[in-house]
Design a protein around this ligand. Structure first.
Ligand code: F6R
Length: 265
């Protein structure tokens, strides 16, 4: 009798980061929301706060909608949750339509029971001289909160995570960064025209992100397929910042079928 061998899982040989593929964005977002809810409840049982790193943009909108639903219908409480957002345009008024401070209020914070003192978002309103200090304090506040338990990420078409544009180093921390032209073009739909998109942003660094205990990156739609393949299958490089996540031991990519379309498996 020929010896039976286990089927070979080809995805292992190509993918350097575990990828969960869902048929659509809704299912993927529900999966991520369940993980977040489980973590919040576990930490609550242990009488500990839960520290979440959060993203903005179009990708996490359905995640926030699901978390808001869980708050309303399943009594998921955010009273013991501390949050740190990845980034904010600079300069920008906190209540400007395009500001990430406003985005978070509209899509999430104003609809749940999180305590305002537990919310942290880089401040796009401060004067230039104070930015370095603001960034240092942001890092210090993350440490004082005990570090980020779970960081949620999206991915830019150019591979950025947060606003860490290509070329961002693995040791980078929270800082002021110049936005790539491709990012300004991708985000121009939020502004009246491209010239109104800020040229700068404050972002957590790659090292800030990698220090999180757990990381989940979400990606939806065919526009993300090419960069997703690079981040997951190619060698890690500062030219594709999301590929630097290969250096973390608890990172998962949650994607829909369209974003997964170019994976070799
Ligand atoms: C936003 C952020 C960015 C976005 C990325 C994708 O806080 O950190 O890295 O996740 O630009 O943006 P969307 O989701 O609009 O495609």
């Amino acid at each position: 009798m020929p010896k039976k061998t286990a089927p070979i899982d080809l995805s292992d040989s190509f993918e350097k980061i575990p990828v969960h593929i869902f048929s659509d964005q809704k299912d993927g977002s529900v999966f991520v929301a369940k993980q977040i809810a489980a973590l919040i409840r576990l930490k609550q049982q242990q009488k500990q706060t839960c520290v979440l790193g959060l993203a903005t943009g179009s990708t996490p909108k359905s995640l926030y909608a699901e978390l808001v639903r869980m708050h309303r219908e399943e009594k998921l409480s955010f009273r013991h949750v501390i949050t740190f957002n990845l980034d904010e345009y600079y300069p920008i008024d906190n209540d400007a339509l395009q500001s990430y401070n406003r985005f978070m209020k509209t899509h999430f914070f104003d609809q749940v029971d999180i305590l305002p003192k537990n919310i942290h978002i880089p401040n796009g309103e401060i004067n230039k001289e104070s930015i370095k200090d603001h960034c240092r304090q942001y890092e210090r506040k993350i440490k004082e909160a005990g570090g980020i338990d779970l960081q949620v990420l999206g991915i830019g078409n150019n591979g950025h995570i947060g606003f860490n544009e290509p070329g961002s180093g693995i040791y980078s921390k929270t800082r002021l960064i110049t936005l790539d032209n491709s990012t300004r073009i991708a985000n121009a739909y939020e502004f009246a025209n491209i010239s109104e998109v800020p040229r700068l942003a404050i972002t957590m660094g790659i090292s800030t992100i990698l220090q999180s205990r757990k990381i989940i990156l979400m990606a939806w739609g065919s526009a993300k397929a090419a960069v997703l393949k690079k981040a997951v299958e190619d060698d890690d490089t500062e030219q594709v910042p999301a590929s630097l996540l290969q250096n973390h031991d608890d990172v998962t990519f949650v994607v829909d079928e369209a974003a997964a379309a170019e994976l070799t498996r």
